[in-house]
Design a protein around this ligand. Sequence first.
Ligand SMILES: C[S@@+](CC[C@H](N)C(=O)[O-])C[C@H]1O[C@@H](n2cnc3c(N)ncnc32)[C@H](O)[C@@H]1O
Length: 976
Amino acid sequence: MSQSKLDLASKTTGFVECLGQKFDSEDARREHYLKLLAQKLKDPEFRKIEGFPIGKDEDILALSNPPYYTACPNPWLADFVKGYGTPYDPKQPYHREPFVADVSEGKNHPIYNAHAYHTKVPHRAIMRYLLHYTEPGDVVFDGFCGTGMTGVAAQLCGDRGEVQSLGYRVKDDGTILNEESKPFSKLGARRAVLNDLSPAATFIAYNYNTPMDVEVFEREAKQILTDVEDELGWIYTTLHRVTKEQAAKAVDSINRCKTAKELESAVRALGEKEGTVGRVNYAVWSGVFTCPECASEVNFWEQAVNKKSGEVLDDFPCQKCGALLTKRNTEPARISHFDPALDNVVTQTKLSLVLVNYTVGGKRLEKAADSFDKTLAAKLDSFPITHFFPTERMPVGDESRRNDPAGITHVHHFYSKRNLWLLATMLNRSKHQSLTCALLDGHSVGTQMSRFRASAWASKTTGPMKGNTAGTLYVPSLIGEQNWLNIFKEKIAMIGRAYFEPKLSMVTTGSAFGISLSHSSLDYVFIDPPFGANIMYSELNFLWESWLRLWTNPLTEAVESKTQSKNLDAYRQLMARGFRTAFEVLKPGRWMTVEFSNTKAAVWNTIQSALQEAGFIVANVATLDKQQGSFKAVTTTTAVKQDLVISAYKPNGGLEDRFAKRGETEEGAWDFTRTHLNNLPVVKAKGGQMELIVERDARILYDRMVAFYVGHSTQVPLSAAEFQAGLAEKFPERDGMYFLPDQVSEYDKKRAQVENIGQLSIFVEDERSAINWLRSFLKDRPSTSQDIQPEFMQQLGASWKKWETRPEMSALLDQNFLCYDGTNGVPSQIHSYLSTQFKELRNLPKDHAQLKAKAKSRWYVPDPKKNVDVETLRNKRLLEEFWSYLPEGYAPPALSANKGQTLPGLTVPRPKIPKGKKLKELRTEAVRVGFKHCYQQKDYTTILVVAEMIPDSVLNEDEQLQMIYDTAVTRSGGES
Ligand SMILES: C[S@@+](CC[C@H](N)C(=O)[O-])C[C@H]1O[C@@H](n2cnc3c(N)ncnc32)[C@H](O)[C@@H]1O
């Protein structure tokens, strides 16, 4: 872009200090750093940094305001952190529990709305995490910052009003009190380092997070608006209540124009007659289809839209032959025309201008598009635009090329001609980055992707212009073409309303993995990374970035994408690298919050295993319902349909040091467990109700411990049963959760105030969740098989995984629970249940005949301390099953080395599964036991062999299997 990049902030004169250096003015500061950046850009090594955007030096320099913002990797990040942060000091105490309280922050806030993006986290939600985990002056990092809401939140932690709006009380000395009037934080801005791969995103983030003079901004923006309106407003002219003759004359006058200048004069001349012309607010363009029966053209608006109700018909009749058409069985009509920007003829789907909403004499009116409207649009199409506008071919990609069949193949095709003309003119005049940003923001409503909602239009309940379909580049059949002058007017007002006097942040453009920050230097990380294949940011940002002349480098874009040849595993590896970087730069003992809009279990598990691979330990997972703002305990991963908030911490130096000394011993496992329990929430309460803390469940604790050991590539010293027995011996248990001795009194105090504790909802989808369901059922009511059966059957619904063998309930009971046979005394689990349920059984001794009779044949959950036998037997059976998954002719190394020996647990003959054939059905529990067994035996080959045999989803959907598999790949020197 040719504009001077003098930001409004740089107009401030006076003495300024930046990264320890003094400058006469902001201009001098910027000039100094721009020179340094220009030199840096000449260095080929600098350009090799991962995620370096695609574009020329001059465009990078034009957009940057160094050292605070660079439209490429920022070389001054470490200096900033050194200058403003506090170095890591292991002696400095820091302890926080994960933040688990309810977060409900709507999106309807001027700051949220000022700059649009495909997905955004409301800054007030992030503020809650920041206030919880950090102190004023701490440096926080967001490696996938998008529009930079983490930076906004960091700064607003110093804004009394904003903090109070979260429901907290702020004392005069700045102490912040939570809802229970307990001090938990201090008022004061935090500093942010913000990074994103996309130059468009960081440009918005920078604009959000950089000081500017709002008055100057508004004055200059309005001036541009007035100037451009004077110069180009005529292109939105329409006729108002003229006679037929006048209309014909007007059409004729513009039809004869040979140049844009002539056209302008002709249109302006029409306006000289008071009250006969109006200014278009918006116009509606309709798709045109070809009837497959009679080949006539069918206007979608005319035939499919009921103008009274606004209903859009799925089936609509051809006006000529009456054939019933649908969008799917009908081809769009096409039209070829010369595209001067491409110097070529292009063929596109035909559009017809059908409706015009306009203002005349201060009144808003509407009419069917007439011959003048259509002729003016066609005329405008035929003249070239003299200012710069982008004409790039849309990049390869499912989303970016979705409109290829409609002939919308290049960037400029996404705008109506008059909107393109106006936008190019405005951007050409915009001398300030904030204005440029405001103009780019208008894209959500100002392109051919903007939808016209006939139902809203007919009912007049809301505005009919709906902007684009979020997360896509979809061009609809009814396009709402808005007047860009109005869009810009609105944007200026929005930015003015959202302005909050930002302080200092650092913004950098590149991959989250290429970040140049010192290890253990940051106090907190908040990230909201892309989620699998949901949104292709580089494709969606292409339009914006084409105006900025700088594009996302998609090589390290953390997405699952066929076009980019990135499958789920590639995505996981990228995310793991992102997490590893976050892990490195974070101080030990500090926290990272990952906000994650989950859609698929496999993606969610991928995130979990990537986190653990990076070294983080997950301490809490909750779902965040942005609408109702409720956190719910998460039991199974596939059940989660909402956003997730994962709290994970980097183990402190103490644990790591101790682990290095005695990791593989049992004591190492208990050391880990103690440290982990210390980092888990003690109480989760909501609306006077307490909730179960899933992370304190014995099985989850075991999984975390295993993940920690596998992450350190060491042997796991305890089996699940041994771990559970040890846990029950060493730690107090309450409501099925384990605590440190000094935590339990706090829990008990709270627990005494409530009657019941919230139940976990368990979604049964595989053997493991079925067992969990049975455990939960039997814990509450030890029952006979007949009693359990009907309820159990109801659980085995449609969500059952397709590869997972459906177990018999009797087998599950047999392998995991105990049944009272009526001989010895009644087990306490059944005894306490029966005595609360049946008056007549109350206070009876355990060997009373009546009690025994009632207790007979009831299944119950074994006491963890006595569970080792049940678990050992079960593992043996599962291991047998696992061996049966080996392909024909394959013998695990242990077996080949000791000919004649049987495999541990192999007591049944193996079915012959042909080599290279995948198993259609299996028990994931068997794969878990088998993988763990082979891992302990360092038999990585067998793990890889079995991984080949099982469906990919089994690995993808289980973070522990994934981790073991990855370790096997690394250890055996292969590649996954
Ligand atoms: C969910 S969005 C973040 C939105 C942000 N929280 C906000 O409020 O605007 C995810 C971002 O990750 C970015 N991204 C994708 N791969 C990346 C990578 N390897 N490094 C850094 N950023 C990346 C995308 O460009 C996108 O802006």
